[in-house]
Design a protein around this ligand. Structure first.
Ligand SMILES: [Zn+2]
Ligand SMILES: [Zn+2]
Length: 222
């Protein structure tokens, strides 16, 4: 188990797209935020139980099907609130159906309407766990990242050595690069990056090694 600033943080890889679902819990209050419950709700609930926490808030980085298909079951089991950026509401309502059909993903409980929308600078919190919302559009128009001292949940905006694809509806490469450079790179180098797919990283590693960032900076500075 990873302990960052006295919070318990654990990730779980779920679904056919191997999406990272994250649970951030307080060992003091036993309340937790769950980011991107994309599939395998039973495993997500088992992880929360193993951590000794109750999921009180589901916060999504964006509305793609691989990040959202367990929101309904996890909410039904826990009564957690659900927040997402309003620009991804079309994805919440309809975007996942094609993916579920193509990949044979069974969806018993469709993604619910959110309890609220989030905007740049908002603080989302449960007892003992606070995260700040950073709007980082580009992968989708409603893509956000969540940050607290020392850790960044970057969704499909920033990956280790890569970035999220921008060739799907709502995607915009230049916008995504601006989001990364203007919103994420200013964070401290030792910030742990916990992305929506693949391995963890740090802001310092990405600043030095991410080829998309290096090329963008070179292009925009010349
Ligand atoms: Zn995505
Ligand atoms: Zn994804």
């Amino acid at each position: 188990m990873e302990v960052v600033n006295e919070l318990q943080v654990r990730g779980l890889v779920v679904g056919v797209f191997e999406e990272n679902c994250w649970i951030i819990g307080s060992p003091q209050t036993h309340e937790a935020i769950c980011i991107d419950p994309g599939d395998e709700p039973d495993e997500i609930l088992a992880l929360a139980k193993d951590m000794g926490v109750t999921i009180k808030l589901i916060a999504n980085s964006h509305g793609h099907g691989d990040h959202i298909l367990a929101v309904g079951p996890v909410q039904n089991a826990t009564g957690a609130r659900f927040v997402i950026h309003e620009s991804d509401m079309e994805l919440v309502h309809h975007g996942w159906q094609g993916m579920a059909e193509r990949y044979g993903v069974k969806v018993d409980v469709p993604p619910p309407d959110p309890s609220g929308h989030i905007h740049d600078g908002d603080i989302i919190e449960v007892a003992g766990v606070r995260l700040r919302v950073l709007e980082t559009p580009g992968h989708t128009q409603g893509s956000v990242s969540y940050y607290d001292n020392g850790m960044l949940f970057s969704g499909d905006t920033l990956f280790r050595g890569s970035i999220g694809r921008t060739d799907m509806p709502g995607g915009n490469f230049e916008q995504e690069m601006r989001s990364i450079v203007e919103k994420l790179l200013p964070l401290p180098d030792d910030t742990i990056v916990m992305p929506g797919h693949m391995d963890q990283s740090t802001i310092g590693f990405e600043r030095q090694h991410n080829p998309f960032i290096l090329e963008w900076l070179q292009k925009t500075r010349s």
